[in-house]
Design a protein around this ligand. Structure first.
Ligand code: ZN
Length: 100
Protein backbone atom coordinates (compact mmCIF):
# COMPACT_ATOMS: atom_id res chain seq x y z
CA UNK A 1 0.00 0.00 0.00
CA UNK A 2 1.42 3.41 -0.96
CA UNK A 3 2.13 6.18 1.51
CA UNK A 4 -0.55 8.37 -0.14
CA UNK A 5 -3.13 5.63 0.06
CA UNK A 6 -2.43 5.17 3.77
CA UNK A 7 -2.83 8.91 4.37
CA UNK A 8 -6.13 8.91 2.50
CA UNK A 9 -7.47 6.00 4.50
CA UNK A 10 -6.45 7.64 7.76
CA UNK A 11 -8.15 10.89 6.80
CA UNK A 12 -11.30 8.95 5.89
CA UNK A 13 -11.26 7.09 9.22
CA UNK A 14 -10.76 10.37 11.13
CA UNK A 15 -13.73 11.87 9.27
CA UNK A 16 -15.96 8.91 10.12
CA UNK A 17 -14.91 8.97 13.79
CA UNK A 18 -15.62 12.70 14.08
CA UNK A 19 -19.13 12.12 12.79
CA UNK A 20 -20.17 9.03 14.67
CA UNK A 21 -19.45 6.36 17.23
CA UNK A 22 -18.08 3.28 15.49
CA UNK A 23 -16.77 -0.20 16.21
CA UNK A 24 -13.64 -1.49 14.49
CA UNK A 25 -15.91 -3.62 12.31
CA UNK A 26 -17.92 -0.54 11.26
CA UNK A 27 -14.71 1.26 10.30
CA UNK A 28 -13.38 -1.72 8.35
CA UNK A 29 -16.58 -1.83 6.30
CA UNK A 30 -16.74 1.95 5.75
CA UNK A 31 -13.22 2.21 4.33
CA UNK A 32 -12.99 -1.35 2.92
CA UNK A 33 -9.94 -2.57 4.83
CA UNK A 34 -9.47 -5.49 7.23
CA UNK A 35 -10.13 -5.13 10.95
CA UNK A 36 -6.45 -5.89 11.52
CA UNK A 37 -5.52 -2.87 9.37
CA UNK A 38 -8.00 -0.72 11.29
CA UNK A 39 -6.16 -1.44 14.58
CA UNK A 40 -2.92 -0.47 12.88
CA UNK A 41 -4.33 2.80 11.49
CA UNK A 42 -5.99 3.73 14.80
CA UNK A 43 -2.63 3.62 16.58
CA UNK A 44 -1.26 6.20 14.08
CA UNK A 45 -4.46 8.24 14.12
CA UNK A 46 -4.23 8.55 17.89
CA UNK A 47 -0.88 10.34 17.46
CA UNK A 48 -2.05 12.41 14.47
CA UNK A 49 -5.14 13.83 16.14
CA UNK A 50 -3.21 14.67 19.31
CA UNK A 51 -1.44 17.39 17.29
CA UNK A 52 -4.87 18.74 16.34
CA UNK A 53 -5.90 18.92 20.02
CA UNK A 54 -8.29 16.03 19.50
CA UNK A 55 -8.52 12.65 21.14
CA UNK A 56 -9.82 9.19 20.34
CA UNK A 57 -12.41 8.43 22.98
CA UNK A 58 -13.97 5.03 23.48
CA UNK A 59 -16.59 3.00 25.27
CA UNK A 60 -14.47 -0.02 26.26
CA UNK A 61 -14.82 -3.64 25.24
CA UNK A 62 -16.76 -5.52 27.90
CA UNK A 63 -17.52 -9.09 28.87
CA UNK A 64 -21.05 -10.12 27.92
CA UNK A 65 -21.08 -12.68 30.72
CA UNK A 66 -19.97 -10.75 33.83
CA UNK A 67 -19.84 -7.16 32.57
CA UNK A 68 -16.11 -6.68 33.14
CA UNK A 69 -14.92 -3.56 31.26
CA UNK A 70 -11.50 -3.45 29.58
CA UNK A 71 -10.82 0.16 30.55
CA UNK A 72 -7.04 -0.14 30.75
CA UNK A 73 -6.52 -1.15 27.15
CA UNK A 74 -3.06 -0.69 25.67
CA UNK A 75 -4.14 -1.43 22.08
CA UNK A 76 -7.31 -1.14 20.03
CA UNK A 77 -7.50 -4.90 19.59
CA UNK A 78 -10.41 -6.92 20.85
CA UNK A 79 -9.45 -8.98 23.93
CA UNK A 80 -9.78 -12.72 23.39
CA UNK A 81 -11.35 -13.53 26.73
CA UNK A 82 -12.41 -12.05 30.05
CA UNK A 83 -9.74 -12.08 32.80
CA UNK A 84 -12.49 -12.36 35.41
CA UNK A 85 -14.74 -15.21 34.29
CA UNK A 86 -12.68 -16.50 31.28
CA UNK A 87 -15.67 -16.08 29.01
CA UNK A 88 -14.86 -15.46 25.34
CA UNK A 89 -17.93 -13.43 24.47
CA UNK A 90 -16.59 -9.88 24.41
CA UNK A 91 -18.77 -6.98 23.25
CA UNK A 92 -17.28 -4.53 20.74
CA UNK A 93 -15.74 -1.28 21.88
CA UNK A 94 -17.03 1.90 20.27
CA UNK A 95 -14.64 4.65 19.21
CA UNK A 96 -15.01 8.30 18.26
CA UNK A 97 -12.92 11.47 18.07
CA UNK A 98 -13.53 14.56 20.15
CA UNK A 99 -11.75 17.81 20.88
CA UNK A 100 -9.40 17.14 23.79
ZN1 ZN B 1 -16.41 -11.94 32.34
Amino acid sequence: MSHERKQTIRQAIIGHLENGHLTVRDISQLVCISEKDVYHHLAFIEKTVRHQKKKIRFKPYYCMNCGFQFKNRKTFKKPSKCPGCKDGRIAHAVFWIERA
